[in-house]
Design a protein around this ligand. Structure first.
Ligand SMILES: [Zn+2]
Length: 272
């Protein structure tokens, strides 16, 4: 097995060049309204990094929220965290921090690659070694990591500038991309497509993610948006890298409707 770091960096390459979402350098954001940006940045990601068409409509409540001022305040969020015994340092840092990022980028770890072996049946249980944070602590490739049990670990607080895509390092300059994106890695193993090139990791777990992962990702989205003041624009890593021949293919098998439901129920619970 490749090292985890090299797997994260190398294993997810896609070979299909798709049209990039246009970027408006005068505004230093993607072109269009936040909703229009999300419809391009959340194009369905298929095997090999093939992208579907821009979405016509986003699942609710995303269509109503993205780009609007957040009506949830810090105290409501703190109360929720206390009731669920979740610490602020598990969800991206203190709620009092100021987040500059406009984009909430969703990744899968593409790790490990089981190659020609099946993905084991224990991946959603504590028995799967990669659900243990100890394996991940030394690999701070994003702001956040979410294991398949729905537990999260902060590598870097949301207020810190951190790059995790080729788009940020190659298409934008260091200054341009500074603090513009926050990144979350969702744990997901892969295996090889027997019809693909040797060592490929084209086949992802299916279902791609657990309900607990969607639930925690919703909480991270709410927290980052509360700390920013308006609802961030969600984006898939693969959509950011589209147009780059060595761009990544993640996240695979992500259910936007499932995640939208989790955002909706969390927002409803916070507003009670
Ligand atoms: Zn990624």
């Amino acid at each position: 097995m490749k090292s985890l770091v090299s797997s994260l960096i190398l294993a997810s390459c896609c070979w299909v060049v798709a049209t990039p979402c246009p970027f408006d350098r005068t505004k230093m954001e993607f072109a269009g309204t936040p909703i229009e940006q999300a419809k391009c940045l959340l194009r369905p990601v298929k095997r090999g990094g093939v992208l579907g068409d821009p979405l016509k409509v986003l699942p609710q409540p995303l269509e109503s929220l993205i780009g609007k001022p957040v009506q949830i305040n810090a105290d409501q969020l703190r109360k929720y965290l206390a009731a669920h015994k979740i610490a602020e340092d598990e969800i991206g840092g203190p709620i009092s921090q100021k987040v500059t990022a406009k984009y909430f980028v969703i990744h899968d770890t593409s790790t490990p690659n089981y190659h020609d072996k099946p993905i084991p049946g224990i991946i959603n249980t504590p028995e799967w070694p990669l659900n243990n944070f100890e394996r991940w602590k030394k690999m701070p490739v994003a702001h956040m990591f979410v294991n398949r049990m729905g537990q999260s670990m902060t590598w870097h607080p949301f207020s810190m500038s951190w790059r995790a895509t080729k788009y940020e390092s190659k298409t934008l300059t260091k200054d341009e991309s500074h603090g513009m994106f926050v990144h979350t890695e969702l744990s997901q193993p892969r295996r090889a497509d027997p019809n693909g090139h040797p060592g490929n990791d084209a086949i992802a777990a299916d279902p791609g993610f657990t309900p607990a992962q969607y639930e925690r990702l919703a909480l991270l989205y709410v927290a980052a948006s509360v700390e920013h003041g308006t609802w961030l624009v969600p984006a898939y890593h693969c959509c950011l890298d589209s147009g780059m021949v060595d761009g990544h293919d993640d996240p695979q098998n992500f259910r936007l409707d499932e995640w939208g439901k989790q955002v909706g129920s969390l927002v409803a619970g916070l507003n009670k």
